[in-house]
Design a protein around this ligand. Structure first.
Ligand SMILES: Nc1nc2c(ncn2[C@@H]2O[C@H](COP(=O)(O)OP(=O)(O)OP(=O)(O)O)[C@@H](O)[C@H]2O)c(=O)[nH]1
Ligand SMILES: [Mg+2]
Length: 474
């Protein structure tokens, strides 16, 4: 089991008395974790949607998985060979369930790094269920969400960023998002973390030498400059990684944009024009939209998710007020807020982050004089390109962002920022000429953050959350 909750460094700090209590605790905890995530157990799941289809795939993984397969499959398996394809019948006791093609993976090959198989049966939910039942009858259990990928990670077949890329690949809505997710799956994104990790490890090693041999005062003084210089270099590296990562994240996840403004300015018409679809109801009556109407479109490789809202006005009906309240709540999640006007003299101050606001004048075909602070569109004439171009301008994406590897998920970016903060503390402490062992504390924190990006510390805390976002069978 790699999921051990104690590290040798923790033990070192314990005395004999509390060590026994600690070990008892760890044992109990360990058994708990072991039971929940016992990697010896065979897991089984349907890997394709539970629908009538041409084919369905049942996937199983775990030490005894092929033993079970041998019991229920008529084809003779040659386990000395990996990734073999067989043809035969799946049977439960005397009953034939289906004629199936099976791919057999032997440990440590295949996705999970364990004995595993993929059974391709005819696409009937009933057949797939009976195959799954045949496995469960023989000791397997249903896999939890993302458990195949979790095992691949725990068996060091993939790191945490690669595991997250698997999910991105399944979620990808555009060709561009798919390409970036594939880079992640191949491990190209993970490679970007490694120089940072190595630099931190080198600097940590240097500090350890200073802690262990404090008598060499000359070296220590010289090292303070080196520490600051190296920490600054790393911060620079992090800034570039974060900048590129945030842009790639936009390509993968898309951008959320809310249309707000007074009643009747044409927000719903604008939504329809943007989506090129009559999604929202449009009338000349004020207060037509009450609930939020939303839809997605793709522009130049970026998925835009637009939200149309109830027009802002006071003294209105209860239903409309609920709609306005709902929109205000959702506003926090938005990347941009498009403030739609049909007359710039009616503009009112908005209490929203200014960088997020794009001021748009609709019904531009009726406007005579234009003001450079506004983007002019006409929903009626389906002329919405100026708004889309403004959004693209603000995103400031470059060609490289669509094709280069990057550290592009929120979790990893947050950890990079945490690393940066710890390094800033290192610089602060070093500038104050604090003892090396104090400086080392923040440096160790920075190092731990970087290890967590790839999951190299195999920490229980965040893995569960990550894998629970996956589909069952993945
Ligand atoms: N001339 C002109 N009229 C427009 C344009 N866009 C919308 N309209 C008209 O403006 C009126 C209001 O349009 P909506 O899209 O329902 O406006 P809204 O902002 O969603 O209104 P509420 O939902 O009530 O807040 C309708 O009569 C539309 O036909 C435009 O670009 N030019
Ligand atoms: Mg409307």
């Amino acid at each position: 089991m790699e999921k051990n909750v104690i590290s040798s460094s923790n033990i070192k700090t314990l005395n004999k008395d509390n060590l026994s209590i600690y070990l008892l605790l760890v044992e109990t905890l360990g058994v708990f974790i072991y039971n929940k995530h016992c990697m010896d157990e065979v897991i089984v799941a349907l890997a394709t949607p539970p629908l009538k289809s041409a084919l369905a795939i049942v996937r199983a993984s775990g030490e005894d998985c092929l033993k079970i397969l041998e019991e229920i499959y008529t084809a003779k398996l040659d386990l000395s060979k990996d990734k073999q394809v067989y043809f035969g019948y799946i049977k439960d006791e005397e009953e034939t369930i289906d004629q199936c093609v099976v791919i057999v993976y032997t440990k440590p090959h295949g996705y999970t790094g364990e004995n595993a198989c993929e059974i391709m049966c005819h696409g009937s939910v009933n057949i797939a269920n009976r195959i799954i039942e045949a496995f469960i009858k023989r000791g397997a259990r249903l896999a939890e969400r993302g458990e195949f990928s979790e095992r691949a990670y725990l068996n060091n077949k993939i790191d945490l960023m690669q595991a997250e890329a698997v999910n991105d690949l399944i979620d990808a809505k555009t060709k561009e998002a798919q390409n970036l997710a594939l880079l992640g799956l191949k491990g190209d994104n993970s490679k970007l973390v490694k120089p940072l990790r190595n630099k931190l490890a080198d600097l940590l090693a240097l500090l350890e030498v200073n802690i262990d041999f404090p008598e060499y005062e000359d070296i220590e003084v010289a090292n303070v400059d080196k520490i600051i210089k190296e920490a600054k270099k790393m911060i620079n590296l992090i800034d570039n990684l974060v900048q590129d990562g945030l842009k790639a994240k936009i390509i993968i996840e898309g951008v959320k944009v809310m249309l707000i403004g007074h009643t009747n300015v044409g927000k719903s018409s604008l939504l329809n024009a943007l989506l090129n679809e009559e999604k929202a109801i449009v009338t000349s009556i004020e207060g037509t939209t009450r609930d939020i109407v939303d839809g997605e479109m793709n522009y130049q490789g970026v998925t835009f998710h637009f939200y149309d809202t109830a027009g802002l006005r006071e003294n209105t009906s209860e239903i409309e007020l609920i709609g306005i309240k709902k929109a205000k709540k959702l506003m926090k999640e938005m990347d941009y807020i498009v403030y739609v006007l049909d007359d710039i003299n009616q503009e009112e101050p908005l209490h929203i982050d200014k960088k997020k606001i794009i001021k748009v004048v609709n019904k531009s075909e009726l406007v005579k004089n234009r003001n450079k602070d506004y983007i002019y569109v006409s929903a009626k004439k389906r002329d919405v390109k100026p708004l889309l171009d403004e959004l693209m301008k603000r995103l400031n994406l470059e060609k490289d962002n669509f094709k280069n590897p990057s550290i592009n998920n929120a979790r990893a970016i947050a950890l990079l920022n945490k690393t940066k903060n710890a390094l800033k503390q290192v610089i602060k402490d070093a500038t104050l000429n604090l003892p090396i062992d104090i400086i080392s504390v923040s440096l160790q924190e920075a190092y731990a953050c970087v290890l967590a990006i790839l999951g190299e510390d195999h920490d229980q805390g965040y893995e569960e959350e990550i894998f629970s976002r996956f589909c069952v069978g993945k």
